[in-house]
Design a protein around this ligand. Sequence first.
Ligand SMILES: Cc1cc2nc3c(=O)[nH]c(=O)nc-3n(C[C@H](O)[C@H](O)[C@H](O)COP(=O)(O)O)c2cc1C
Length: 300
Amino acid sequence: MNLSVDLAGVTLKNPVMTASGTFGSGQEYSEFVDLSCLGAVVTKGVANVPWPGNPVPRIAETYGGMINAIGLQNPGIDVFVKRDIPFLRQYDTRIIVNVCGKTTEDYVEVVERLADEPVDMLEINISCPNVKEGGIAFGQDTKAAEAITRAVKEKAAQPVIMKLSPNVTDIGEMAKAVEAGGADVISLINTITGMKIDIHKRTFAVANKTGGLSGPAVKPAAVRMVYQAAQAVKVPVIGMGGILCAEDALEFILAGASAVAVGTANFHNPYATSEVVDGIRAYMERYGIEDIRELIGAVR
Ligand SMILES: Cc1cc2nc3c(=O)[nH]c(=O)nc-3n(C[C@H](O)[C@H](O)[C@H](O)COP(=O)(O)O)c2cc1C
């Protein structure tokens, strides 16, 4: 039985990866999950310099999910390269580094720093709803999205995944724009902008007022957008948004995702990623499917 998939020439032993920002670089989760059983570990977003993130409170629970406004807190590329890459290199999994920035130059600086590092792919976050400049400013305009993709691709030594925002009118147009800019792979969805009010304190539940909604509540919207993006472009698509179990992951794969990422689920079930791998294998056995690639985009 074959579970391996190909993303722009990079072979993943199975299609299951972690969603950026929900798994650190795997240090804490490695106590629960053998990282070598995952197709890839996608790191928390890293910028050219350390970012402090947003004021607290930064997370709130919602029905079937959560709102977060972390604001891409990260230690910066220097610490990341020394601390996180050597850790991940101990495991037999692909390393995908998620990159954030406020300006095109910020993104390009990180991408250039990673050129000589042993990482397999770069995921460019142009879709974070929780930072004022950069991030989503690039992800809600087709021209800006195409331009940042082109700028990153010019300097990138590794294949580039562009991570799209669901907070747009036409996801197919955004997918086409980054493909035109040279994206090797597209990933989606990032979080959906949301708000929660604390009625007892009569204030916003997160200090940033708005935050990104994630978890099972967003899954039907995510499956729809992954389907539309996969229909719009030729490059492979990585699907995510509310995956808790293998059945959820299989919906994304059947809708056109070549790989899937597990995010918010990790917070209440640290075994979620490896359970999704096992569940996909069990599904394939049950239905006599020899190769996972038979399932990718099988529902049209
Ligand atoms: C606490 C938290 C932090 C996140 N940090 C990042 C990040 O640094 N970079 C990024 O591209 N996406 C980030 N995301 C978005 C997730 O990677 C994912 O796209 C989204 O949460 C949808 O998947 P899920 O419903 O399985 O969590 C974050 C999500 C959460 C909940």
